[in-house]
Design a protein around this ligand. Structure first.
Ligand code: DC
Length: 222
């Protein structure tokens, strides 16, 4: 039997990938993989255990022994609900460092591929189309201007009652983008066969509509 189809949605921090991936998965009845959550889980454990984010060996061990459970939009780790904890800015920043290690990425590769089940999977991250699912049926590279992404992050934080400054968020996003794009292993970049979409001035519904339209087109020609 052939493998279940995958829709890969890659792009920089706060480009709206997660929201789009969930909506597309809902429309198609597919499963969803938020690969960033895996790196965030490793980062959370590293912070709690005071492991240096440069210590590739120990971080790889953490990645190997972590068994997060994903259910109904929640993330559970050893019986603890860490859904909110992994979204903290500090954890996101640490995840960007942790994910730069090839040893950590290798440990998480099989786990990510195990999410591929019928009727299909929508996977979002940085290297879904380039490394994890190079045979994805559809690859989307979703971008938005850094200003739009910083505004979005600010709104998300304010909704959680966390105060932040737009200037700090802009700086942080730029640094994180640079780190993700310039790292030697699995850098953030569009796959050669990816459909690129700048969502700066589009609504969520418009982006979801475009992804579904592309998916229908590529499914017909297969
Ligand atoms: O998508 P996110 O912001 O939750 O991801 C957190 C960090 O994890 C991000 O800085 C880069 C890293 N990441 C990665 O290297 N590869 C992925 N497939 C997903 C995330």
């Amino acid at each position: 039997m052939s493998m279940a189809p995958v829709i890969a949605i890659d792009g920089p921090t706060a480009s709206g990938k997660g929201t789009i991936a969930q909506a597309v998965a809902r429309e198609l009845g597919f499963g969803c993989l938020d690969s960033g959550a895996l790196y965030r889980v490793v980062a959370l454990l590293a912070l709690r255990r005071r492991i240096d984010t440069g210590d590739a060996l120990r971080l790889a061990q953490v990645a190997r022994s972590a068994h997060p459970l994903f259910e109904r939009g929640r993330v559970e780790l050893d019986g603890e609900d860490v859904t909110e904890a992994i979204r903290a800015e500090e954890v996101g920043r640490a995840a960007s460092h942790v994910s730069a290690h090839a040893a950590v990425r290798d440990e998480l590769l099989q786990l990510q591929r195990s999410f591929r089940r019928w009727p299909g999977l929508v996977a979002d991250g940085r290297d879904m189309g380039t490394v994890v699912f190079p045979d994805a049926r559809l690859k989307v590279f979703l971008t938005a201007s850094v200003e739009v992404r910083a505004q979005r992050r600010l709104k998300q934080l304010m909704e959680k009652g966390i105060s932040a400054s737009l200037a700090d968020l802009l700086l942080d996003l730029c640094e994180r983008d640079k780190r993700d794009r310039t790292r030697p292993v699995a850098p953030l970049k569009a796959a050669d066969d990816a459909y690129e979409l700048d969502a700066s001035s589009l609504t969520v519904d418009e982006v979801v509509g475009q992804v579904l339209a592309w998916y229908r087109t590529v499914s017909q020609v297969q």
